[in-house]
Design a protein around this ligand. Structure first.
Ligand code: F6R
Length: 610
């Protein structure tokens, strides 16, 4: 996600800001900018592309004098990567400047309100709303802290903010809600940053800001306030990490960090699209009537994104009663698919640059098909070329094996399937409401599962020397098995296969021998008994069975050697919970085998060749 740095002190600010932004490069970005106050005016430089361009444009900061400033690396969400959309953003007379990390969910409404009051917008970002809204309330309150509190009361969504007011040349204002922000303090000045690495070179004394807190930094003093403008007492934490560990937020690997970011990624993908008990997907660009008229959905993707498509087939067909075909993009583009009169093609991709998925998109459009992209990287090729794009808000994924983008893709599919189900009259209102309630609980349930990683690690350590591991499941559990198996093989290099549990006996069961580990996924209540039989079949042939099932399903425990439980949710959403223990299992096997978890051999994060 975006990176924020701010500095106020005795040194020239710009080089410190650029240095801090460099330390945040690992977070991923597509443009960068800084704003520095030189005592007379706030001067800004911002560019799309690499930070190096910003360094060149400012002579490594030398061109911007002043000892107070804010900087930002942007990872595009609203509006493509461009100089104009890069942060910081000014109010109309350049007396207030803002950097922002997060998503302002109600920015369209706020923008309309501000436009009515004569505000003009120059960028496509949600952030610019904040600059004008601060201006609006500063005009009324004449007090930066009060103005910021008013803005925070109006804004829905997530934010970490760094703000300069020209009228207050010796103060940085900062605030956060659901996006990280820390305050660093040293004898030579004070800092704000999205993450510890940005300021580690200058200080190790850090205040962690809580949700809806405000920080006011002068050169010598840092004060904290609540949204009611009440002072808040905070104590600094002394950071012992080295720079390497700090980049990973204290986690040993990016993969583990990203596994832990999943509740946030899912929450960010869901919450802007759930409003007043309804699902609102503006970017779908389809009326209910158009949704009703669709005769077929074709989902096309590669790897893990394909696995979300396999899962989505069960959900769309069950919830919206619309036929779904799922294709590997590399097969689809050469198979001469048959489109219906009103087929919707959905291309799913984290990077938005996967060559086969992009080719499949182009092939579909060449046949006159409407294409919806489910994409994580804003402004990527698939996002640009699709007719409509629904973004997953997972943030940049650094580890090669996907985790949080996969989970965010599933979340996007849940929303789509429910929206389709409702529009097509296939989902009763009461069922819809129950599903929505379950959906909103998912991020918290994911957090619960993440608290219990030790037992998975202990179990994984017993299988470091395994040669083959099988994953079995039925229906949605088969789709989960496919992803669990891919995660394991790509980062642990252990041969693994996912099988539809009922299909094993048609050949593959001959590979089961004494001690072979079989992971049996059983979250679908109506298939428990069938899964119990399949577990018995492999156990009879010597398999050691680890079952992954819902809390309360004691019958599966009786036939399995080791059982992991996940909380109960609506059956269509079970994949989002069951995948977490499987990701952790793969992670700990890879770790135990001493492998390069984040950069497994032979793999690339974005596969831009056929
Ligand atoms: C597996 C993995 C890959 C990707 C696949 C598609 O962990 O990351 O299988 O899912 O290469 O990539 P995107 O989603 O970028 O199109």
């Amino acid at each position: 996600m975006c990176g924020i740095v701010g500095y106020i002190g005795g040194e020239q600010a710009a080089p410190i800001l650029l240095n801090g932004l460099t330390k945040l490069e690992y977070r991923g970005y597509d443009s960068a900018g800084i704003a520095v106050f030189d005592g007379r005016e706030i001067r800004m430089e911002k560019v799309s592309g690499r930070l190096q361009r910003l360094k060149e444009a400012t002579g490594n900061g030398a061109a911007l004098p002043g000892t107070i400033g804010i900087g930002h690396t942007r990872w595009a969400t609203h509006g493509s990567p461009s100089d104009t959309n890069a942060h910081p953003h000014f109010n109309k007379d350049r007396s207030i400047v803002v950097v922002h990390n997060g998503i302002i969910e109600n920015y369209v409404r706020l923008k309309q309100h501000l436009e009515k009051h004569g505000y003009e917008f120059v960028s496509e970002t949600d952030t610019e709303v904040l600059a004008h809204l601060l201006d609006y309330y500063y005009g009324r309150t004449k007090n930066p802290l009060s103005a910021l509190c008013r803005v925070m009361q109006k804004v829905e969504g997530s934010y970490a903010l760094g703000i300069l007011f020209k009228d207050y040349p010796d103060t940085i204002y900062a605030a956060r809600k659901d996006s990280p922000l820390i305050v660093g303090s040293s004898r030579d000045g004070n800092f704000i940053a999205s993450d510890v690495p940005a300021i580690l070179q200058y200080t190790r004394d850090v205040f962690y800001m809580e949700n809806e807190e405000i920080a006011v930094l002068t050169r010598d003093v840092v004060s904290f306030y609540s949204m009611d403008e009440e002072p808040v007492e905070k104590s600094p934490v002394h950071i012992d990490w080295d720079v390497n560990a700090a980049e990973k937020g204290g986690y040993e690997h990016f993969l583990l960090k990203e596994i832990y970011e999943q509740p946030r990624a899912v929450r960010d993908t869901l919450s802007p699209r759930i409003r007043g008990g309804q699902i609102v997907i503006e970017e779908l660009g389809m009326s209910d009537e158009e949704i009703r008229s669709i005769d077929k959905i074709m989902i096309v993707a590669c790897g893990s994104a394909y696995h979300t498509g396999v899962m989505a087939k069960y959900i769309f067909e069950g919830v919206a009663r619309v036929p779904v075909e799922v294709d590997l993009a590399s097969e689809y583009r050469y198979r001469d698919p048959i489109f219906g009169a009103r087929t919707l093609v959905i291309v799913v991709s984290q990077s938005g640059e996967t060559a086969d998925s992009l080719a499949a998109l182009r092939e579909s459009r060449a046949h006159g098909q409407k294409v919806l992209g489910i994409v994580n990287v804003v402004g990527s090729s698939i996002a640009r070329e699709a007719d409509n794009v629904m973004y997953t808000w997972a943030g940049p994924e650094i580890s090669v094996a996907t985790t949080k983008a996969y989970s965010a893709q599933l979340a996007a599919f849940y929303l789509l399937a429910m929206k389709f189900g409702q529009a097509r009259g296939a989902l009763e209102d009461s069922v819809f409401s129950e599903m929505l309630a379950s959906l909103e609980k998912l991020p918290d349930q994911m957090e619960e599962i993440l608290k219990n990683r030790e037992s998975i690690q202990r179990f994984a350590n017993r299988y470091l020397a395994a040669e083959h591991i099988f994953f079995i499941g039925r229906g949605i559990d088969y789709a989960i098995s496919m992803e669990g198996s891919l995660k394991l093989k790509e980062i642990s290099y252990i041969h693994s296969e996912a099988y539809a549990a009922g299909e094993l006996k048609h050949g593959t069961i001959s590979l089961i021998e004494e001690g072979t580990l079989v992971v049996a996924v059983a979250t679908q209540e109506k298939l428990y008994l069938k899964m119990t039989s399949n577990i018995e079949e492999v156990k009879t042939r010597g398999a050691f069975v680890m079952a992954l099932t819902n809390e309360g399903n004691k019958d599966i425990e009786k036939v399995s050697d080791f059982t992991l439980y996940v909380p109960e949710t609506n059956r269509y959403f079970a994949g989002s919970l069951a995948i977490i223990p499987l990701q952790l299992f793969a992670y700990y096997v890879s770790l135990g085998r001493g492998l390069d978890v984040d950069k497994p051999r032979n793999l690339a994060k974005s596969v831009t060749v056929e």
